[in-house]
Design a protein. Structure first.
Length: 106
C-alpha cells in the first residue's frame, strides 16, 4: 500500500510539474550534458586554428608523460601526422604536375 501511494504521489507530482504542463520531457543526464556542451560551444566556438592548438597541446601533454603507453601513443600520433603530411605533399606535387601538363596542352 505504501508503494502504491508513493508511486501515485510521484506520478501526480510529475504530471503537475511545469515541464509536463509545457509538454517538455524531464531531462535525462545525457540531455543535460548535451545541452551544457551546446551552450559552452555556442559561447566559445572553436575555430580550426583553435582546434589545432588544442590538439597539439593534448599531444604535447601525452608526449611529456613518462608512461610507456603514452610514449607509444605519442610515437603513433607523430607517425600518423608524418604520413598525412607526406600524402599531402604528394597530392600537391601531383596537382602541380597535372596543372603544368594541362597548361602545356593548351
Amino acid at each position: 500500500m505504501i508503494r502504491l501511494t508513493t508511486a501515485s504521489l510521484t506520478a501526480a507530482a510529475l504530471l503537475s510539474s511545469p515541464a509536463a504542463a509545457e509538454g517538455i520531457g524531464i531531462n535525462s543526464a545525457a540531455s543535460i550534458g548535451a545541452n551544457a556542451y551546446a551552450n559552452a560551444a555556442s559561447v566559445y566556438p572553436r575555430t580550426r586554428e583553435d582546434e589545432r592548438k588544442w590538439l597539439l597541446q593534448q599531444l604535447e601533454a601525452v608526449c611529456r608523460s613518462k608512461l610507456r603507453s603514452d610514449q607509444r601513443r605519442c610515437d603513433r600520433a607523430w607517425r600518423i601526422i608524418a604520413d598525412g603530411y607526406a600524402d599531402l605533399q604528394a597530392r600537391r606535387a601531383a596537382e602541380a604536375a597535372s596543372a603544368a601538363t594541362d597548361a602545356l596542352k593548351d
